[in-house]
Design a protein around this ligand. Structure first.
Ligand code: BMA
Length: 380
């Protein structure tokens, strides 16, 4: 649904009942900053999705989960690849609104991603999510093109894969595989719009594209080259580009490696809770406030692109920590990381300590899961 400030729409929105909070309804259409995506040739559904995300962020935040449909946990044991299963749905009755996937190892022409999810399955899941009216976002923990080691191999790399570099041809092989895959993400004749989030957490130094592992000019050149190649050489026009930092403490730091308004649609950051819940909340608030300001100045959509508290030991983390932070800012979505192992999960499953609190979080008017998002049709 696009939020045009018309009477008819107001009636429709009110008719949605609990779909939007009371304060949210009052704001619909007010001061909407609904620009076009940075790609001048963005496909119509991608353009409409972007407008709707801009508008929705005034009133709601979409809840997302990485690898939600691919696997999860059951009393601490793993389930993998069961049709229509989702830990988020097992607890709340609803699928998440945002589905995160990772394309790491696609560049190797591997059948499975770095977390063993088959790429053929990711395509099916993305299609299911899209048909339900959900949003797909894809990150890319791509291998180091200079030596084939992992994304966490911090050997000096970026200068060597840019045009003129010794490993540029190898990077093009990686990019072509990415473009082939994205180009075949479709539902009928329509390409499925994707929030693509490459070279993430770049203010940290744990990936080969991280802060200490390349210069600002190199990072920016890598981003621009990648986007130009996908758009101009490979004609991929169904992406919204997400620029997503790790920790940052100022606007200057956040923007230091910003590739420019023509290359970015969404601005976000990744932030995890590591036990000190109070500190997490403080840091999160400070960064969300900065992000909201920066995104508004650049007319971009803001999102909390990754968050979570591993193993969720605090039973009320959802309603007492995350929700109050989300409610204060304009964010299109928040995504928690994957339920990968009994010692590495970020969404509850039935019986998990925070499951009841997560049900309350699900009922918060501001937070949208798939059930309340679907009728809004973000692609229309
Ligand atoms: C990390 C962990 C890893 C995983 C990687 C990419 O945060 O979850 O186990 O391989 O993300 O999904």
């Amino acid at each position: 649904m696009r939020f045009r400030p018309s009477c008819l729409l107001t009636v429709l929105l009110l008719g949605l009942g609990g779909a939007l909070g009371a304060s949210a309804q009052a704001q619909v259409g007010a001061g909407a900053d609904d620009g076009r995506p940075s790609d001048p040739k963005a496909r119509p559904k991608t353009v409409r999705l972007y407008r709707n995300l801009h508008r929705l962020a005034h009133t709601n935040v979409l809840f997302g989960h990485q690898d939600d449909l691919a696997y999860g946990l059951d009393n601490g044991r793993r389930w993998v690849g069961e049709a229509n299963r989702s830990d988020v749905k097992s607890v709340t009755g609803a699928y998440p609104a945002v589905y995160g996937w990772d394309l790491g190892h696609l560049e190797l022409d591997s059948a499975r991603n770095l977390d063993a999810v088959p790429f053929a399955k990711i395509r099916q899941y993305a299609r299911q999510a899209y048909r339900r009216g959900g949003l797909n976002t894809m990150s890319w923990h791509l291998r180091n093109p200079t030596n084939g080691k992992s994304a966490w191999d911090t050997t000096n790399t970026v200068s060597k894969i840019l045009p003129g570099g010794l490993y540029h041809a190898q990077y093009l092989v990686y990019l072509d595989r990415l473009a082939d895959y994205l180009g075949h993400l479709n539902s009928g004749f329509a390409k499925i719009p994707v929030v693509f989030r490459p070279f993430h957490e770049h203010t940290g130094s744990w990936f080969w594209w991280g802060q200490k592992n390349c210069t600002t000019a190199e990072y920016v050149a890598l981003w621009r080259f990648t986007v130009d190649y996908l758009r101009n050489t490979r004609k991929v026009h169904h992406l919204l580009l997400a620029y997503s930092a790790a920790d940052f403490d100022s606007k200057e730091q956040y923007l230091e490696r910003y590739p420019g308004d023509d290359y970015v649609d969404m601005m976000g950051f990744d932030a995890y809770c590591f036990g000190d819940v109070g500190k997490f909340r403080q840091d999160l608030d400070r960064r969300l406030a900065l992000l909201q300001l920066i995104a508004a100045e650049h007319h971009k959509v803001a999102a909390l692109t990754e968050t979570g508290y591993e193993k969720l030991p605090a039973p009320t983390w959802w309603t007492q920590t995350l929700l109050p932070a989300l409610s204060n800012y304009r964010l299109a979505y928040v995504l928690v990381w994957r339920n990968g192992r009994p010692d590495h999960y970020y969404a509850p499953f039935p019986g998990q300590a925070s499951a009841d609190d997560f049900k309350q979080f699900y009922r918060a008017p501001r937070v949208l899961f798939q059930d309340r998002l679907s009728p809004m049709n973000i692609y229309r």
